[in-house]
Design a protein around this ligand. Sequence first.
Ligand code: ADP
Ligand code: MG
Length: 531
Amino acid sequence: MRIKQLPPAVANQIAAGEVIERPASVVKELLENALDAGATAITIDIMHGGLNHIRISDNGSGILAEDLPLAVAAHATSKISKLDDLYLLNSMGFRGEALASIASVSRLSITSKTNNDATATCLEVRDNVLELGPAARNTGTTIDVADLFYNAPVRKNFLKTEKQEFIAIENLVKRFALSATEVAIQVKHNGKLVLSLPEAQSEQGRLQRLAKVFGQAFVKEALYFEVDHGAMRLSGWVSGAGCQRSQNDKQWVYINQRMVKDKLLYHAIKQAYEGILHPGRFPACLLYFTLNTREVDVNVHPTKHEVRFQQPRLVHDFFINHLGQALKSAARTVDSRPLSSTGESINYTLKECPPVFEADVPWILLNKRYGLLFKRGKPCLVDMQAVYYQGLVERLRKQALPLAQRPLLLPFKYPVPANASGNLRLIQEALEPFGILLKIDPDFLKVLTIPVALPQLDLRALFDGLLTIALPESARMMDFLCEYQFFDARQLSTEEKHEIYTIIEDTGWEISPFCKELTQEDCQKWLESFA
Ligand code: ADP
Ligand code: MG
């Protein structure tokens, strides 16, 4: 695609701000440009921590000679052309600002050749004066940034030593290298090769790259996991209780291949590790999260490190649940007869994460769903989720309709399947008394409110359910909704724990469908599986 100046309406929508703070930020922008250009090999030459010189060459598509002046113009980009493109981004860049900003604080030159050009062209920018001339190189682009901040002494004063600036660059390149594993990367500092990563196409190659970047020990110790859930996918490597870092410098997270440092996700990681790490310690983890590009807005922060999710709570819980589960499931798994109708079996390991003994109620949590409770000293396996749902349904049945509702900060959008339109009005009417207000747009269902009593409603799953299963009759609706409330036994409040305990006591242990007293045989079987 050619480079075009963005119309003012689009340019004004773009989160503005300073993107070039230090040499590492230059490197980040240039690497992302190379990736967007489809490069499969990138070389990075740094002199004196990047303060004197940064040169990045790639074998990507190149820039047409006549487009070169536009490449350094503000708000000129080949990656988007209209407002809607901002919501469907599949490129790293989109603001058309990076090269313009770099050019304004350095002596920049770009040498580039496309497959259509016979020869390469070089553009030099010095104090806002552009000069074009012939050059020699193969297809691809070389960007040369000299004397960074030569004309911005204040910013120069904020820089650290050459060594520290180079460490920042090296870390940045390593982070990038784990998001673009199919790209070969070489880094030189003051002429000396310091990092060389061949392109990694195979699983083996990717593991080798991971070992080079994160260390062999991590690859050996860490647990690999992957979960697919609707349009969300999370995979990666996580350290266990054996790794307790004093800094959070090894929590690398990528959203749709983009490296981010997002507070919401860091918070979720921290919570997933609660009870596994000592307070104030950090894990090492490498997490790849992908979701529909419409669900995430990367246009909120100038350096694109922070993002905004359409459904922050959903993403937060998704991270906690699946990360938590991954941490608990591992080498040793124990199957037990299913207790509930869903037939879900219990997977957990005693080695990986010691169960938490709750002081205020006599139980031991095994995973997010099951726990061990003690009935006059005898252990019983309990499906806490089933008990919780029963309690919830009973509590809600006592409430008069309409249920109290809570507006959502950001309306939840659910894309409407083509053939579903007939049903939507019925669903809208059926949900209204339960505190869920819907607006029906041509392409989307918008959820404006949720019931106060069900703050953790998984709306996506709910609508998937409503549209695939026949709409429940009004009397059944409460039960139906309760099933879509997220449950995690590890996050219960003390009150909720007592409620669960009371329900079991009231039902009677012997007849409760949620409890199974463990026999000697059961324990024997478990012991054998641990041997
Ligand atoms: P953005 O990446 O947001 O579009 P930049 O200022 O980083 O903005 O780059 C401006 C334009 O220059 C890009 O849209 C792209 O067309 C072109 N460009 C920059 N770097 C490269 C590269 N390494 N290879 C090919 N084209 C590039
Ligand atoms: Mg860019």
